[in-house]
Ligand binder design. Structure first.
Ligand code: PAF
Length: 281
């Protein structure tokens, strides 16, 4: 497995492979890898010949500098996992490589109303930062396909909007959420959970599963209200939102007959903010 620190070295590696007709996939990550990330690598291997994983903790998508500072960076562990998974190349640039004129460089694109809903309400500017770095990663790799996890449902929607905005030829593949045996969605943030938080964190998957299991029996309003009641009286858990939304635009669903419905939740568990979702249909 090759490791690249510069775009130039990465491009030099990819050039002959692309010339030979190899299909290239990129798996963008911020490191602190877990089996959810590895599932993206494995799925990428089914669709492409050369798999590049990027590891870059992107400063422009953090609203809270403390969050950026405490973001885990277990590089040796990440590289070992990627090697084991059969990843071909890892792109691990420094901040100066991705932001040569400084991380405050100008970037703004129209991501539509959905940018400001859900996560957008709690993390101002987050999706501008995400789409900014993903565009830079796409420019560096020029991939045929790119893999993203469904756990960040809104992120995938925003990235697809960015891809359409620039008319990029990359195909975006959304990969299913990988869960622990008890239902907790895998996340790099889970390592911050204390033993008590870890138990409390199950409220996200349980409340979402409740909606899936009871979708046919209750109205949207009843489902949402019951799901929200799961979060009441759990010490150390603070619900940010629970919504059943239209998966195309993230607006609250108006009718159970809409063709693309998703239940999404975000909550602070101890000092860790978690998100999760389940696709209803
Ligand atoms: O999902 C993530 O880890 C990040 O938001 C991404 C897509 C790698 C951009 O920094």
């Amino acid at each position: 497995m090759e490791v690249f620190k510069t775009k130039e070295a990465l491009k030099a590696y990819l050039k002959p492979l692309k010339a030979a007709g190899k299909k290239v996939a990129v798996v963008p990550t911020m490191g602190a890898l877990h089996n959810g990330h590895i599932s993206l690598i494995k799925l990428a291997q089914e669709h492409a010949d050369v798999i590049i994983c990027s590891i870059f903790v992107n400063p422009t998508q953090f609203t809270d500098p403390k969050d950026l500072e405490k973001y885990p960076r277990p590089i040796d562990h990440d590289l070992a996992m990627l090697k084991d998974a059969g990843c071909d190349g890892v792109f691990m640039p420094g901040v100066e490589e991705m932001y040569p004129t400084g991380a405050d460089e100008n970037w703004h694109i129209d991501l539509g109303k959905a940018e400001f809903l859900l996560e957008g309400e709690f993390r101002k500017g987050h999706y501008q930062g995400v789409t900014q770095i993903v565009k830079k990663l796409f420019d560096a790799v020029e991939p045929d396909i790119a893999m993203f996890g469904q756990k960040d449902f809104q992120q995938v929607l925003m990235i697809k909007t960015m891809v359409a905005h620039f008319n990029l030829r990359v195909s975006i593949i959304t990969c299913p959420i990988i869960r622990e045996d008890d239902g907790l969605a895998m996340s790099s943030r889970n390592i911050h959970l204390t033993a008590a938080d870890r138990k409390n964190a199950l409220v996200l998957s349980k409340s979402l599963q409740y909606v899936i299991d009871n979708f046919d029996s209750f109205s949207l309003k009843e489902l949402e209200e019951s799901a929200k009641s799961f979060y009441k009286n759990i010490e150390g858990v603070e619900l940010d939102y629970f919504t059943i939304a239209n998966g195309h635009n993230l607006e609250p669903a108006k009718s159970k007959a809409e063709d693309n419905l998703v239940a999404l939740a975000a909550a602070k568990v101890g000092s860790t903010r978690l998100i999760d979702n389940m696709i209803i249909k």
